[in-house]
Design a protein around this ligand. Structure first.
Ligand SMILES: [Zn+2]
Ligand SMILES: [Zn+2]
Length: 300
């Protein structure tokens, strides 16, 4: 684990300079130890990866050489905050007993791999309620509690804001807060929020015309301290579309303005920022270009 508060330098004017935590979701093709060098190649100071095939149920543990190799390679980079994104198949809100048990087992395995690899955060989408919303919220929270209590460790679970398609939970800050509040206080400090700019814009939070209003609504719903990760993505679809289709930064329906606001917002300065934008035909070149664009916004 890395301490994000260690050795914070002071600027020439005596103001604290907070190091920019900016990076990307990087491929773990070839094995998780191959991910940190990809983060280094794009100049990232934070990174996200999948610790297994995200679209398959097959589970695995991270053990021995794989863990030590990953940790050694990560330590050789400038990455100061690291995270995994969990499998898309997991549905912790499902009313189906078989899918629920399978999801809790898979989610537990995600947590164990994060602990073994020393990752700071596990980003996870709330589930689909299928029958009724309130029962879904209760099931989602109790499944989180069950998995956290069975798998103690330092990794913080970050529930990700969703675009709100179908019966998915987590498209409003209040609903995410309700899930977090239902988790037993003994485990609640291990639960935070990941805000995805594309998802919240698609869910009806107008980051373009009312940026401060959106941040105020988040603050009112759960407090900004819960916000532990930002996913910076533009959107291929219009405002309030309820669709989840990521676009290159400043090249979609959000455009440049909200990203300039985010990159210069002191309230968000310590929150790791990760892009999950299209990689086009050259992941290293495209991600490098996107991170340079965002860094340019940070310096005005
Ligand atoms: Zn996600
Ligand atoms: Zn995301």
């Amino acid at each position: 684990m890395t301490s994000l508060d260690a050795d914070v330098p002071m600027g020439a004017n005596g103001k604290t300079v907070i190091p920019l935590l900016l990076g990307a979701h990087v491929s773990a093709a070839g094995g998780v130890p191959d991910a940190p060098p990809r983060a280094a190649a794009i100049g990232a100071t934070t990174m996200q990866l999948f610790t297994k095939m995200a679209t398959r149920w097959a589970e695995r543990d991270c053990e021995g050489d794989e863990c030590s190799s990953f940790r050694d390679r990560l330590a050789a980079t400038s990455v100061a905050a690291s995270m995994a994104h969990d499998s898309y198949l997991i549905n912790l809100a499902s009313p189906d007993h078989v899918l629920r048990a399978r999801s809790i087992a898979a989610f537990g395995a995600e947590l164990r791999r994060c602990h073994a690899l020393g990752l700071d955060f596990l980003v996870s989408h709330p589930g689909n309620f299928m029958d009724d919303r309130d029962s879904g919220l209760a099931r989602n929270a109790s499944a989180i509690e069950e998995a956290l209590s069975a798998n103690p460790g330092p990794t913080v679970l970050c529930l990700e804001t969703t675009a709100g398609a179908g019966t998915v939970l987590g498209a409003t800050f209040e609903e995410l807060a309700a899930i977090i509040e239902r988790v037993d206080p003994a485990h609640r400090s291990r639960v935070g929020l990941c805000l995805d700019s594309c998802h919240v814009y698609s869910a009806g939070y107008d980051l373009v015309r009312d940026y401060d209003g959106v941040i105020t609504r988040l603050s009112d719903a759960m407090g900004l301290d819960r916000l532990r990760v930002l996913h910076l993505n533009d959107s291929k679809t219009p405002f309030a579309s309820r669709k989840d289709r990521h676009e290159l930064i400043a090249e979609g329906s959000l455009g440049e303005v909200p990203f300039r606001r985010i990159m210069t917002d002191e309230r968000l300065a310590r929150v790791p920022k990760v892009i999950e934008t299209p990689k086009l035909d050259d992941a290293t070149a495209t991600d490098t270009r996107m991170l340079e664009r965002l860094r340019g916004y940070a310096i005005g």
